[in-house]
Write a protein that binds this ligand. Structure first.
Ligand SMILES: [Zn+2]
Length: 78
């Protein structure tokens, strides 16, 4: 497990079926995949730009597998 500084996403997230389904799977299957955090839609210059998150290779592999399985089932991302 590694600690990494990851960017926080502000603004309206790009919510489609894929990100929604991935969000639902994240906590169960790949909690440390390093998916950017949603900072909310209030953009403020004082907001932190990065957050320290735990990232592990196992979760990143799970995420890759999830992406591949999802794309196989629903077609490649647009
Ligand atoms: Zn993990």
């Amino acid at each position: 497990m590694e600690k990494k500084s990851l960017p926080i996403m502000y603004g309206l997230p790009d919510f489609n079926e894929r990100t929604r389904a991935r969000g639902a799977a994240t906590g169960k299957r790949f909690p440390h995949a390093g998916i950017p955090l949603e900072g909310g839609c209030l953009v403020d210059a004082k907001n932190p730009k990065e957050a320290l998150m735990l990232v592990c290779a196992e979760c990143q592999r799970e995420l890759r597998e999830w992406n591949e399985a999802y794309d196989k089932e629903h077609g490649a991302p647009r």
